[in-house]
Ligand binder design. Structure first.
Ligand SMILES: O=C(CO)[C@@H](O)[C@H](O)COP(=O)(O)O
Ligand SMILES: [Fe+2]
Length: 228
């Protein structure tokens, strides 16, 4: 079992005027990585930031923090090289946004980044499965992408369980409405990369929330390894 519990705060719901210091604050509070939500106003009805901001963040926080770019954009092909040059570590694109998944996976790898593949709630996990052997991480969205602070969709957990049963060592990420109230469901289903936005950002004690999320997830991983 190669995977471990990792917590990646989504900085979407932070004070966007202070993105750099918010990223540093999250790492200081024990985050394992940073989940950066890129929205273009086409793939989703919201707009955030692009590669120039990612480059500034990289310059500010230094080389260490792992940047997981959640690309909620139409034509994700066009931002692979700019995001790699800006300092992204992982490029997570949506299956629904491209007609040539294989080629995009190849381009991301050639640019030196890890590959993440995301599915929206209405996309079946079977559509993702053919690519699972070629990616580093599968992202199961637990809300409709576009906004932070939405309600967790528990019925997405069947997708996570199925992926975990079929791909025992794959990194599986969940994103949307995940916090202390919903982490047990994610962890029990087999997710190990946990994105959490408002639950961490709005807390008075983000360090405790991050620790709690990681502990619940790590316990579930340990239990699964004992059960095997
Ligand atoms: O990608 C998205 C939303 O589209 C997420 O990364 C959210 O930004 C997570 O925020 P919470 O749902 O945890 O508040
Ligand atoms: Fe996200």
């Amino acid at each position: 079992m190669a995977y471990s519990a990792k917590i990646g705060p989504s900085i979407l719901n932070s004070d966007l005027a202070c993105l750099g210091s918010e990223c540093t604050r999250m790492m200081d509070c024990g985050a394992d990585y940073l989940h950066l939500d890129v929205m273009d106003g086409h793939f989703v009805p919201n707009i955030t930031f692009g590669h120039p901001v990612v480059e500034c963040l990289r310059n500010q926080v230094g080389p260490e923090p792992f940047f997981d770019l959640h690309m909620m954009v139409a034509r994700p092909e066009q931002w692979v090289r700019p995001m790699a040059a800006a300092g992204a570590d992982q490029y997570t694109f949506h299956l629904e946004a491209t007609s040539n998944v294989g080629n995009l996976i190849k381009e991301i790898r050639e640019s030196g980044m890890k590959v993440g593949l995301a599915i929206k709630p209405n996309t079946t996990v079977e559509e993702m499965a053919p690519w699972a052997g070629q990616i580093d991480m599968a992202l199961v969205m637990t809300v409709e992408p576009g906004f932070g602070g939405q309600k967790f969709m528990e019925d997405m957990m069947t997708k996570v369980s199925w992926l975990r049963s079929q791909f025992p060592s794959l990194d599986i990420e969940v994103d949307g409405g995940v916090g202390p109230d919903t982490i047990h469901k994610c962890a029990d289903a087999g997710a190990n990369m946990i994105v959490s936005g408002s639950a961490i950002m709005k807390s008075d004690d983000p360090r405790s929330v991050i620790t709690l999320l990681r502990n619940v997830c790590a316990e579930a991983i340990q239990k699964r390894s004992l059960d095997r």
